[in-house]
Design a protein around this ligand. Structure first.
Ligand code: SF4
Ligand code: SF4
Length: 623
């Protein structure tokens, strides 16, 4: 059987042992031949005169659109879709916080300290926790729904001040987030905007809405509801599955929705039901970013949360262990490929958000008012599968994963760990013991050398060169499952980074959790820049989303560019068919925001390039 290779050799061996399992890993060889027009972004099928494909001898579409226009349109459409995904998540999260604040649910807020801090920072009204929660949620929702000509109010209050000034100067402060997405679609429809620069600046505005709202505020609101992260050791990998429990796999990005199961499946009534069925109780099993979010806040749900199993492309394989009794999904990255695997193993699916509705899943519209009904349905469905299928399905859980992954790292917990300020880290950077910081973020894909291969190889090379790595996204699922987020990974780091990690008993790759935590990385960078008194582009800090996958990653990347950070991608974002767009994103934009895209598909060359940037930034700071 020919399959896509993985950086995770235990996983790869397990896939090969499942001769009848069809997964994304098997489908890669069949899809290896790629369309060159699509790859370069020079295919347009916006109207019935198309699809038009640009070549040297046919440099324009029927309407006259050039490669530059077509590439910019395609790029902006992708960024708009990615931004929309994150905005959907923050809107749902705010709606839930508001419902809780209004007393429409018996959920009690676990992060009231953060609520107080934000209320005072944002100057929000409210005499008690409930009123403050409502005021914060209302402010977020109002900003999302402003017209495009009205600037969103929280940007100024939450963005790093030098960046806010830069965005004002560049005229890229976003108006209402939804209106920005809407007009990006209008702008890129047939025979409308043909100006690549205007479209790329629009992508930066969408990047800002993604970063401040979709990422940062989603984290804050979820921290208020479910509790702030705390640093602790966690178990990861398929080994978190315990066949003696009824296992509910959660997948998506919205802890605001599936979080209701944390308490709901831990009650004595729920445990009694599980025990009657012959199990010890229920466990929530993390997959994709919602699992990373639960792991990050795992200190608040230790009893029920079994641990994080992996990333998007391990989800089909996880079901093939036979030990999953129910899949509850609410967003991406829930692969369509899980459906036949669920069918083969008799695993039912429940979906809580119709944007992620799977064909065979039972859809239950999420509403906090219906919380108890949803929990009851989840219990009944999972118990039924456990009773009917477990006796006939072979449970096969490989020895996979680690027991000592350092998790719960955030801008706040890292600062607390360092003694209340980033000064110790800054001193190590100034002394050259840590050369710089690399944010290795984003997705996992099955290109760029295979499943997580580029991500893992690049990270190993970065830490070898004494560059500390902070990870957020499915990259975390990759790096923790190969041991790079366990303290023993210190041995793989360069001499000075190794000594620091050994002394502090930390790994050289810090786990910030889900892709939403890219917002936490930005806040960490802003804190460090603030202590140094510089702007973000001056920091010896680089970003890499080596194995980016989705439109959401392009929206994240646009935020990185707006922040003025160098952003590496191992695979080009479908722009190379336009020299103009490629030049703007890889060169000219540096003169505007300070950031730029670096496309490099070779690990060694990439790390050389990222290290050179870090050294140049160090020189700029005279360190
Ligand atoms: S990318 Fe465009 S040209 Fe290529 S196969 Fe798809 S539709 Fe056709
Ligand atoms: S919009 Fe222009 S380039 Fe696109 S398909 Fe229609 S004619 Fe072709």
């Amino acid at each position: 059987m020919s399959i896509c290779v993985s950086a995770d050799k235990v996983l790869e061996k397990f896939i090969l042992s499942k001769k009848d399992l069809e997964s994304s890993f098997n489908r890669v060889p069949d899809q290896e031949v790629k369309c060159a027009f699509g790859m370069q972004g020079i295919c347009c099928r916006l109207c019935a005169n198309g699809p038009c494909r640009i070549t040297p001898t046919t440099p324009k579409g029927v309407c006259g659109a050039t490669a530059d226009t077509i590439v910019a349109r395609n790029f902006l459409r992708a960024v708009a879709a990615g931004a929309a995904c994150y905005l959907h998540v923050v809107e749902n999260t705010a709606a839930n916080l508001k419902a809780i604040g209004l007393g429409q649910s018996d959920i009690s807020l676990k992060g009231t300290r953060l609520l107080e801090e934000l209320s005072s920072k944002l100057d929000l009204p409210g005499n008690n926790v409930g009123e403050k929660a409502v005021a914060l949620a209302n402010q977020v929702i109002q900003d999302l729904y402003r017209p495009r000509h009205e600037k969103m109010e929280l940007v100024e209050k939450l963005a790093y001040t030098p960046r806010y000034k830069k965005w004002t100067e560049l005229n890229i402060l976003p108006g209402g987030a939804k209106a920005e997405v809407f007009d990006a679609l209008v702008k890129t429809s047939t025979n409308l905007n043909s100006d690549p620069m205007d479209m790329l600046l629009h992508a930066l505005r969408l990047g800002i809405t993604t970063g401040i709202y979709g990422l940062g505020l989603t984290n804050h609101l979820n921290d208020i509801i479910w509790g702030e992260p705390r640093i602790r050791l966690a178990k990861v990998g398929f080994g978190v599955l315990d066949p003696e429990y009824i296992n509910v796999m959660v997948t998506g990005h919205q802890q605001a929705l599936v979080g209701i199961l944390q308490d709901g499946l831990s009650t004595s009534e729920a445990i009694n039901i599980a025990e009657k069925a012959g199990a010890k109780g229920f466990k929530l099993v993390g997959s994709t970013c919602v699992g990373q979010d639960m792991q990050l806040r795992g200190a608040h749900c230790q009893q029920i949360f079994a641990g994080q199993t992996g990333n998007n492309f391990t989800s089909e394989i996880l079901i093939a262990t036979g030990a999953v009794d129910l899949v509850v999904s609410e967003f991406n990255c829930t692969l369509p490929g899980i459906e036949p695997v669920c069918d083969a193993y008799g695993v039912p699916q429940i979906c809580l958000d119709d944007v992620a509705k799977k064909q065979n899943a039972e859809y239950i519209a999420f509403s906090l008012a219906e919380k108890d009904t949803i929990i009851q349905k989840v219990i009944e469905t999972a118990v039924e599968r456990y009773k009917k299928q477990r006796p006939s399905v072979k449970v096969d859980i490989p020895e996979h994963g680690y027991d000592d992954v350092v998790t719960g790292v955030s801008q706040k917990t890292l600062k607390e760990f360092l003694g209340g300020s980033y000064k110790p880290l800054i001193d190590l950077i100034i002394a050259g013991k840590i050369k710089g910081i690399a944010g290795v973020v984003g997705c996992s894909n099955l290109t760029a050398k295979g499943h997580d291969v580029f991500t893992v190889e690049m990270t190993k090379e970065l830490i070898k060169r004494n560059i500390i790595v902070l990870s957020a996204g499915c990259t975390s699922g990759a790096l923790e499952n190969v041991g790079l987020m366990s303290p023993s990974a210190a041995e793989l780091a360069g001499e000075s980074l190794k000594a620091i990690c050994r002394q502090l008993e930390i790994p050289p790759v810090l786990n910030f959790g889900p892709c939403l935590a890219i917002g936490r990385l930005e806040e960490t960078a802003a804190d460090i820049a603030g202590e140094l008194g510089v702007d973000l582009p001056e920091l010896p800090l680089v970003l890499s989303a080596p194995q980016w996958l989705e439109e959401q990653a392009l929206a994240d990347g646009s935020f990185g560019l707006a922040l003025g950070l160098p952003l590496h991608l191992a695979i080009p974002p479908f722009i190379t068919g336009s020299e103009l767009v490629t030049n703007i994103l890889t060169k000219d934009i540096e003169g505007l925001t300070g950031g730029k895209v670096i496309v490099n598909g070779n690990v060694e060359d990439t790390v050389n390039e990222l290290e050179a940037i870090i050294m140049a930034k160090r020189a700029g700071l005279n360190i």
